[in-house]
Ligand binder design. Sequence first.
Ligand SMILES: NC(=O)c1ccc[n+]([C@@H]2O[C@H](COP(=O)([O-])OP(=O)(O)OC[C@H]3O[C@@H](n4cnc5c(N)ncnc54)[C@H](OP(=O)(O)O)[C@@H]3O)[C@@H](O)[C@H]2O)c1
Length: 254
Amino acid sequence: MSGRVDIHRLSPAPTTGPGDARPAPLTDPELTALYGRADRPHLRMNFVTSVDGAVSVDGYSAGLSGGPDKRVFGLLRMVCDGLLVAAGTLRQEAYRALRLNEARRAWRVGHGLPPYPTLVVVSGSLRLDPAQAAFADAPVRPVVLTHEAADPPPGLTDVADLVRCGTDRVDLTAGLAALRGRGLGQLLCEGGPQLFGALTGADLVDEVCLTVTPLLAGPGPGRITAGGSSALRRLPLRHVLAADDGTLLLRYAR
Ligand SMILES: NC(=O)c1ccc[n+]([C@@H]2O[C@H](COP(=O)([O-])OP(=O)(O)OC[C@H]3O[C@@H](n4cnc5c(N)ncnc54)[C@H](OP(=O)(O)O)[C@@H]3O)[C@@H](O)[C@H]2O)c1
């Protein structure tokens, strides 16, 4: 059985112990504090990429995500109010119900939050399967962010709330405001690339958590962002964590 891979903070540089000993690896509470909740409405993106910028291996992100990425991925889910995901990623990655273990539910309740975050799916076509476990088995009724012209498939409104923003395309600015009106102020977005591109274009991205996995994937896969071009925006680096397997965990936020 392989053990947990340690994660250390590189920047801001931690204070070293007596005799310049290497500081102890980060504990889960320390990691959680490094990815804490913001004091205002906030949209955080979370992606994993190869060194050469690939978004997937053979069509899935799993081939890029090792233990350190999964550990932070889980903590980010624990601290959010709503988990935003594009319909493409939900379909391709066969999202299951958004469940957390008992310790993470207890953390949430102890911080005045409901036991589970709410899943929010962004879809223009509403080509969604109400029987997919993400909907059918959800501990909290998911929200589907769509537009006025979209027709839901039979059964979808039995398992999810539709929030319509925009007449014939999803107005993401209005959509995020509607989510905040429902108490979902701290949003985590797990992609995918088309949604990331659209959120960047609408200047809605407050933070990017980026895992760089020490792999070269080659030229086939796309990038973590896709769609039309948008203005350059500066996003300051907030921390650099390194895992003992060579994974980098970067956090950028405005
Ligand atoms: N490396 C990573 O961290 C990571 C993270 C996530 C995904 N991925 C990978 O990304 C790939 C999936 O990418 P994708 O090209 O399908 O992109 P995507 O952004 O996941 O999904 C695109 C679909 O989501 C909906 N959508 C996205 N933006 C929208 C907007 N602004 N308005 C309305 N609907 C919107 C639309 O669904 P409808 O068709 O229903 O209208 C659209 O067809 C998979 O291979 C997955 O493994 C990787």
